[in-house]
Design a protein around this ligand. Sequence first.
Ligand SMILES: [Zn+2]
Length: 688
Amino acid sequence: MHAMARWTRGSLFALLVAACLPPAASLAAPGDVALAPDRDPVVQNLDKSVKPGDDFFRYSCGRWLKANPIPPAERGWGIANLVQNETYEQLLGICRAAAASGAPHGSVDQKVGDFWAVGMDSTTIEAQGAAPLQPYLAEIAAVKDRAGLLDQIARFQTMGIDPLYGLYVGQDERNSDQYIVHLGQGGLGLPNRDYYFGLDSNTVRVRAEYHKHLTAMFRLLGEDAVKAKKSSDAVFALEKRLARRSRTLEQLRDPWANYNKMSLTQLAQLTPSIDWTRQFGVMSLRAGDTVVVGQPEFFGQADTCLAQVPLETWKAYLRIQLVSELAPRLSRKFDLEQFHFFGTVLSGTKVQRPRWKRVLDAEESSIGELMGMAWVSKYCSPATKKRYEKLTEDIISTYRERIAALPWMTEATRKAALVKLDRVGRKVGYPDKWRDYSAMEFDRSSWAEAQLHVNAWWFRHEADKLGRPIDRTEWDMNPQTYNAYYDGSKVEIVLPAASFVIPGVPDSLVDDALLYSYAGGSTIGHEITHGFDDEGRQFDAHGNLNPWWTDQDSVQFAGRADKLVKEFDDYKVGDLHVRGRACLGENIADLGGIRLGYEAFKKTEQYKRGELINGLTPDQRYFLGYALSWLGARRPQSLAQQIMTDVHAPAFLRVNGPLRNIPEFYTAFGIKAGDPMWLPEDQRCAIW
Ligand SMILES: [Zn+2]
């Protein structure tokens, strides 16, 4: 079980990636070395056949999009992939060297090298076939009654397989100095509850294909056609019952509604079929006498299912849960069936990425920080880290000035907001302290087993936090990851080194317009405002859910935010409406980030000089630099999945959506009333 993080740049971009390029001496780009037009991405990507007022996203990157179709092995293609392609090569070198190093068992190089080597050893993986599943299939087969079933569910939880419900150890949302066990809805095979009920054409198609996928997996597990069909129907019906009482994407964003602290006695009343003391005992989890239950009605439903659904259905369900976790680590037929459904049906991807990239993807999500140690020492410098720490401070002090001068905020809330802003922790580049992975054990004998050992280590690592002081040194992302996050309980922003990389442009040639938009606005400014978005603002300066806004300010905030909800509700992708309420926090952060980056940029010499660079004014370069953060396209299937499951709007709307609210943007590109990009002034949203 991995720590729960708030991924913030969207799952297209939640991939491993990028290089930390050589540092510049100061924040300002060196005046004598300018970015030549043929290397200037905001110039090169422009499609001048599109008017900025018609579709700014297309204008900003249409030329690039035409020249860079999505490769068959990808569900989308954009800037994150360009950064990632650089990182893949770097990590490949690191893994190969570690694998050949003969490093002693238990060392970092042994783990990095062995995970790589066992993943690349397709001959052994093919020869083993389904054998790595056998011990666990035998455990499932031996289950005789409901108590045995629940024991098996608890054992699977410790192996990174999460049947029936989700569990993680994290800070208590109302007492952030303490870790507590969180129980939440889960156990579905499809990405979320809406896939079980949606009537749009894509969802209907996915659901039909899911039936086929389940049947195919049961066939691969050795069931005949009749039994496989029966198992598939039964498992789908069980999952649908769990989905019926699962919350929607919008509902999951309400931190109060998803915080239900209960004694174990209360929990027992909610779920009389589950002996939680025994569940936690099997997991060796020192849960104490209280837990946080995210969605009580889901657990009521899980209990009803336990009482009513036949044991044989539950055992089929556990077999699918097991094989879903391990299929990508098994022989080709398992791997390909899993890819067919999750890659092709759900995301529209035509072929798999080459094996070496898939192994690196798996290693990134399993032990990415171990690879990150070598990556940082080879490709990052303390000077680069310093540069971006300084930029982070610039953006935060601009935010401080904005809050201090906000016309709509009362003094009481303003004062508390400034206290919270000053308390926000900043983690920039790479960790000062790495996690201790020394107790993690695996070797080159089986990739599936190696994965299960890694999963078990993560479960124990998280479980052992119970009763201990909060670890404030950990990072939930790796330095080589093109992404960033805000943690509401720790009250901190975490900005991996790779998130600042502009592919093909050395750091020393990044001018301030690009620096303050691409890194300052879309990353740093975005993350810092998450602490004050519709969700984040409900947590106080100590990371506790605790109302600190006056009613008057809450009304002001909500009224402004509702404009963004309406704007995004009106966008459509295919036959799906964007869900303005689900992506509100991200849209507030995008809009806030653009504003903070812009205000900080206005203080620079480059802005004040006002000179054209490669034919563009400072303002034009700033807004084009912001659009560069979201360069890319996705397949229609993947876009549909994003709208249904992701709190981030599609990339083109993360450009066109927030910019329509920025007056300086209209001026910079001469956008007029009547243009498609135009939004009447009374409909525009301004929060920060
Ligand atoms: Zn975000």
